[in-house]
Design a protein around this ligand. Sequence first.
Ligand code: FAD
Length: 288
Amino acid sequence: MTSSLYISFEVFPPKSGTSEKFVGGVRALAGTGSHVSVTYGASGSGRDRSETALNALCDAGFAGSIAAHLTATGQPKDQILALARFWKSKGIRRLVALRGDAPPVGPGEFACAAELTEALAGIGGFDIGVACYPEGHPKSTSREAEIDHLKRKLDGGASHAITQFFFDLDLFLRFRDECVAAGMEKPIVPGLLPIASLDGLHKFADGCGATVPAWLDARFAGLENDPETVRTLSVATTVSLGERLAAEGVDHIHLYTLNRTRDAMTIARALGVPQSVPFPFPATEEAA
Ligand code: FAD
């Protein structure tokens, strides 16, 4: 089965910043012809880890296959822009511009992701993605402000917006319709999260204002001691949502891989995305 679906794969840097497994995982994911999106820690140690990871990936020849996340909070504007120029000199051409969750905005920092996006677009030569929230950001003051803010990011130079994870297709479709009605013509890319554990998912969802539907709770209930079944159901659930999105005209999905490379590759395979790494998937390239 072949497909015109494009999957961007989100990974986070391992604790050490990089490792053979991490680079191997990125190699496998990038082998699909899609790009790999590397998260950025908003705290000092998180930043160091991300920068180590990105340097290692550039040195391994993957600069053209990765997107570097950058967060607005936690460092002065000139420092972030210098980092973006540095990534550009290394060959990185994709960025994801975010505000970041912590620490709070200090003096000399960009106030929000819209300001950061505008400044990064001013550098030129980058394809910039931004975040969006079909169920609203937890700090959002109103639906209208939420939509206006997203429009500002897209008008300010972003090429697309990636959604927070969701499990209810209609939530995404309604949000996409609202964006179109507000005059946004750039792609709203659905972000899909495979489930590593029901407990972990609830904690994550509570923190970012996403809903865990009852059918999903029922599907994963009682499997705390059965990680293999969780894994199988998680892949099946993500593939099913991916297929339904493709049927609604979506041609780009952003997959929050949680560094579970084998699952991500299995999902991509099921959705018809071409792969260069043969199965069975090499254990050495499984996650960070
Ligand atoms: P912003 O766009 O600045 O604002 C978020 C929300 O606040 C808006 O949607 C809006 O509701 C409200 N808002 C802000 N400013 C205004 C305004 N002027 N007027 C009205 N409303 C406003 N975090 C990390 O630390 N590192 C990462 O690598 C990372 N990657 C992510 C990738 C994706 C795809 C997503 C969805 C999130 C990611 N995050 C990451 C989390 C993100 O940093 C948080 O969700 C953060 O709280 C908001 O970031 P933002 O870029 O959406 O912020």
